[in-house]
Design a protein around this ligand. Structure first.
Ligand SMILES: Nc1ncnc2c1ncn2[C@@H]1O[C@H](COP(=O)(O)OP(=O)(O)OP(=O)(O)O)[C@@H](O)[C@H]1O
Ligand SMILES: [Mg+2]
Length: 131
């Protein structure tokens, strides 16, 4: 799957691009990065996943805070977006999270969503990044 590489990602790398997303989040959010660089296709997929998850936090969660954590284990890059809202996120055909899931799968990755009634919500995308 192809898409336009966001300028911020090209200029500042995933760390800087995620910082910008977190800074723009209407729901206060913090970022923790414990990962180095990954192939640009992987970084782009992670960027869009975090962007969608943070948009969802603002639109749907009722949260007062969100946290984005990027980690690297072995040859896999994990990005987790967690909010302290009321839960109820679902992956349903045709909407944003399903698009992220398809995109992750196209890179042999996965999207997981935990969002019990009452919250919290955790959205995690995991992608292989060995090239
Ligand atoms: N962080 C969240 N907290 C609570 N509910 C959520 C959260 N994220 C998503 N949801 C719920 O899950 C549904 C599906 O989310 P998804 O992103 O797939 O679609 P959408 O945001 O409604 O539409 P789109 O992303 O296509 O604009 C949302 O409509 C909302 O009800
Ligand atoms: Mg959405």
């Amino acid at each position: 799957m192809r898409s336009i590489l966001p300028t911020v990602l090209e200029n500042e790398g995933l760390d800087g691009a995620l910082s910008a997303l977190v800074a723009q989040s209407p729901v206060p959010a913090t970022l923790r990065v414990r990962a180095g660089r990954a192939p640009v296709s992987v970084e782009t997929t992670v960027y869009f996943a975090v962007a969608e998850a943070l948009t969802n936090v603002a639109r749907h969660s009722g949260a007062s805070h969100a946290m984005v954590v990027l980690t690297h284990t072995g040859d896999r890059l994990h990005a987790r977006v967690e909010d302290d809202g009321h839960g109820g996120a679902v992956v349903r055909d045709g909407s944003g999270l399903a698009g992220i899931a398809r995109r992750a799968e196209a890179h042999d990755g996965t999207l997981r969503v935990w969002s019990p009634a009452g919250g919290p919500t955790v959205v995690e995308v995991e992608l292989p990044c060995g090239s």
